[in-house]
Design a protein around this ligand. Structure first.
Ligand SMILES: Cc1cc2nc3c(=O)[nH]c(=O)nc-3n(C[C@H](O)[C@H](O)[C@H](O)COP(=O)(O)OP(=O)(O)OC[C@H]3O[C@@H](n4cnc5c(N)ncnc54)[C@H](O)[C@@H]3O)c2cc1C
Length: 337
């Protein structure tokens, strides 16, 4: 099923398509999914993203080790609609499947942020645009940057960013929604990449006991794109909270040492290393929903934290926020016919 097939049938039966100018804050998987859904329904959408590229927690970074995924290394889902979408993306070469311990995992091709770039396609996106404040009046929503440069007015707004950042934006204009975002306990995560020109020969299926600093390890083998074998160490959330303000070099040393303990053998010197801190990595509402909204004012809030705090939830939330918006526009249009 494609996006157009999922639209309310009235849009497809020759009724006038309501056209609305819509802003989306955040070019992670939630914001991009919302934008694609709305664009497919014929709406004009403008995406605002504070970073220089798309992906959010599906970001990748160019390094001496090759392109490295900084956040999610792989994701899974058993939702039939998401799987249908993933298979469609696989057909065009945007994702690939991996199988491990009876579970299917998906990764972006050739890396995670490439997937989000493909999904973003030619959607209008303002990168390096950090929205610091929102205001709303009879003309719609204005989005303000730090220098008080304002974008808008937009009739509809979808905020698709982590809960603490959403709360900060919503505080002055939608305190009820801000309160819900505030209730999410978001945990940080430190990631450390260690690169070895001479690959380690250890078994790559390493168990990480729960009393250890490391929660998860992913290995990228040597290849034309990866001049070093790369071990990506994800620290546990509680360990990351405790060491949140540590220097990057200290975090590399600590996780390297924890890694060596897990291997139960001394580790040769690495050829390259970096640490990345995700201040807002993982977290979700206690009572999962799909998206939050104030439809009368055209305000929608999406993100992984509206569901279970994973890639699937982000996709589902973005899709749902867009669908709620379309349903509302549809009702408004019918009321005016
Ligand atoms: C280390 C790590 C490991 C993970 N592992 C897994 C896993 O194994 N499986 C899984 O399913 N999920 C995993 N996740 C979670 C998954 O990455 C997220 O659930 C998902 O990517 C969130 O998507 P999102 O669109 O909701 O938010 P984000 O990806 O956070 O996107 C939000 C975007 O909004 C932008 N933004 C924020 N504030 C503003 C602003 N004021 N103005 C403009 N732009 C703004 C940000 O720069 C970002 O690009 C992991 C996450 C991390 C960090």
């Amino acid at each position: 099923m494609n996006y157009m097939q999922q639209l309310p049938s009235i849009y497809l039966q020759g009724h006038p398509m309501p056209s609305s100018n819509i802003a989306i804050i955040g070019a992670g998987i939630a914001g991009i999914t919302a934008a694609r859904t709305l664009k497919a329904a014929g709406h004009s959408v403008q995406v605002f993203e504070k970073s220089r590229g798309s992906g959010g927690r599906l970001a990748s970074k160019r390094s001496e080790m090759g392109r490295i995924n900084l956040g999610t290394q792989a994701f899974s889902s058993d939702d039939p609609l998401f799987l249908e979408e993933l298979h469609a993306w696989q057909q065009v070469g945007w994702v690939q499947q991996h199988h491990s311990a009876g579970q299917t995992y998906w990764t972006g091709v050739p890396y995670m942020s490439a997937l989000t770039r493909q999904l973003l396609g030619d959607l209008n996106t303002d990168f390096s645009c950090h929205i610091q404040r929102l205001s709303h009046d009879s003309r719609g929503w204005l989005l303000h940057e730090q220098n008080d440069r304002a974008h808008g007015p937009f009739q509809q707004l979808i905020i698709a960013i982590p809960a603490p950042q959403a709360s900060a934006l919503l505080n002055s204009c939608a305190p009820e929604l801000a309160h819900q975002a505030d209730s999410v306990k978001v945990q940080p995560v430190w990631m450390v990449a260690l690169g070895f020109k001479q690959p380690l020969t250890h078994n790559t299926n390493i168990k990480c006991p729960s009393n250890q600093a490391i929660a998860d390890i992913t290995v990228t083998p040597l290849s034309a794109e990866h001049p070093m074998q790369t071990w990506m160490l994800r620290a546990r959330a509680d360990w990351s909270s405790k060491h949140l303000e540590n220097q990057h070099d200290d975090v590399i040393d600590a996780l390297r040492s924890a890694f060596s303990d897990l291997l139960d053998s001394p580790l040769p010197l690495h050829d390259s290393a970096f640490a990345h801190r995700w201040r807002y990595a993982l977290g979700a509402l206690k009572q999962p929903t799909t998206a939050l909204y104030e439809q009368q004012r055209g305000l929608y809030v999406a993100g992984d934290w509206c569901g279970s705090g994973d890639v699937y939830s982000a996709w589902h939330s973005g899709k749902n926020a867009a669908q709620q918006l379309l349903d509302h526009l549809h009702c408004t249009t019918i009321a005016h016919l």
